[in-house]
Ligand binder design. Structure first.
Ligand SMILES: [Zn+2]
Length: 383
């Protein structure tokens, strides 16, 4: 029998942030694609919720099926069926820049597996867990910020792979608000909101006059480059380990902690510290550990956030002293900075699933807008 000669559809990840594990063709139009996942330094806490790939050689309008598999993992040492479910449909793009959600997905909890049913929008297209935000995006943002009065960049250290770790400063106010984005490389939504925050600061002279803004714009550039999940090159979770000191195994945390310490030792204050994260379905604000003197600030900040698209799935709460009390290497940034310097530190998680307040799945435009709302809410809560 003669088969019609078809140009093969190919799948690749050879671009910044690209990631897949095993790839198996079921037919010429159907693949099983492993979510690569990453484990920590002890081979524990596997998380497999980042995938990003490009398809070439499709025919526009062609029906293709991609099963995302190898999802189960572990979080804080508890096994799970994986963070990817029916609530987390991916995004698709025909140009690698403009993304929309792909809603034609079927979740099989038994395997578990997320099946993506795609009508090819073009011969070449991209699919990713959420809209990617790469080091290249950050360099474009830096170009836009460079002309802002008071903008300064410091290189505070190098990652394991030798990339620069950046600290940006804007503003001249006596009080300091310190922002931190993208401790975890899969959480691109944190970076989109960070860009929105920085563009607001660039456009808002009053916010720059009233406060000094210190910003870690992208805390894990190695992970973002390789399409990682939540660990640095040596497997260390960059939002744990804030109670350990190892400049070789975790130079990122060392550089960030040293930058904060240097600022405090110069006689300046940190009046609000904030790190932004993403989860699948939960959304919340976590305040400084129980018993801190910052409850009033926490309550004002939480109340001001009502004017934003932040849509919490639980009330404001205060952190424990560690994510795993009694085990070294398990303090997150909020817990570590409170322990060492008694800072009023906060951590926010924002869901990637449907947000009822937005009435849609959040996309880059929503994150950008939220970033602007966020810095204005912070400024009001410190008045
Ligand atoms: Zn995170």
């Amino acid at each position: 029998m003669l088969m019609p000669l078809l140009a093969a559809v190919t799948i690749s990840t050879d671009f910044e942030g690209g990631s897949l594990g095993r790839r198996q063709a079921v037919s010429e139009t159907h693949w099983r694609l492993g979510s690569k996942g990453e484990k920590d330094q002890d081979g524990r806490n596997r998380q497999a919720n980042w995938y990003a790939f490009r398809v070439d050689g499709a025919k526009a309008g062609q029906e293709l099926t991609f099963d995302i598999v190898d999802l189960p993992g572990e979080y804080n040492y508890r096994p799970n069926r994986g963070a990817i479910t029916k609530d987390t449909p991916p995004v698709i793009s025909a140009d690698g820049r403009a993304w929309r959600h792909l809603t034609t997905v079927e979740y099989d909890a038994q395997e578990p597996r997320l099946r993506l049913k795609v009508t090819a929008p073009a011969a070449r297209f991209w699919i990713a867990h959420v809209a990617p935000y790469t080091n290249e995006n950050l360099m474009r943002l830096r170009g836009r910020l460079a002309k802002t009065p008071t903008f300064q960049e410091e290189k505070i250290g190098k990652t394991v792979d030798g990339r620069d770790l950046l600290l940006w400063t804007l503003g001249t106010g006596k009080k300091t608000i310190w922002l931190m984005f993208r401790q975890h490389s899969w959480e691109a939504g944190s970076s989109w909101a960070g860009e929105g925050a920085l563009l607001e600061l660039a456009n808002n002279a009053e916010l720059r006059r009233r406060y000094t803004w210190k910003v870690f714009p992208l805390c894990d550039p190695d992970g973002v480059a390789r399409g990682g999940v939540r660990f640095n090159v040596h497997g260390y979770d960059l939002n744990r380990n804030w109670d350990t000191r190892d400049a070789v195994k975790m130079p990122e945390i060392t550089a960030q902690r040293n930058a904060v310490e240097k600022w405090l030792k110069s006689g300046r204050s940190v009046d609000l510290f904030f790190s932004l994260h993403n989860t699948e379905t939960a959304e919340y604000l976590e305040g400084p550990p129980e018993g801190s003197p910052f409850r009033g600030l926490a309550e004002r900040f939480f109340a001001e956030l009502k004017q934003t698209t932040f849509h919490p799935s639980r009330p404001l709460f205060y952190a424990a002293v560690s994510t795993t009390v009694g085990k070294p290497g398990r303090m997150n940034v909020l817990q570590g900075l409170y322990h060492d310097y008694k800072l009023p530190a906060f951590l926010m998680e924002q869901r990637i699933a449907y947000n009822e307040k937005l009435a849609r799945l959040p996309g880059p435009e929503d994150r950008l807008k939220f970033g602007g709302e966020l810095v204005r809410a912070m400024a009001r809560s410190l008045q």
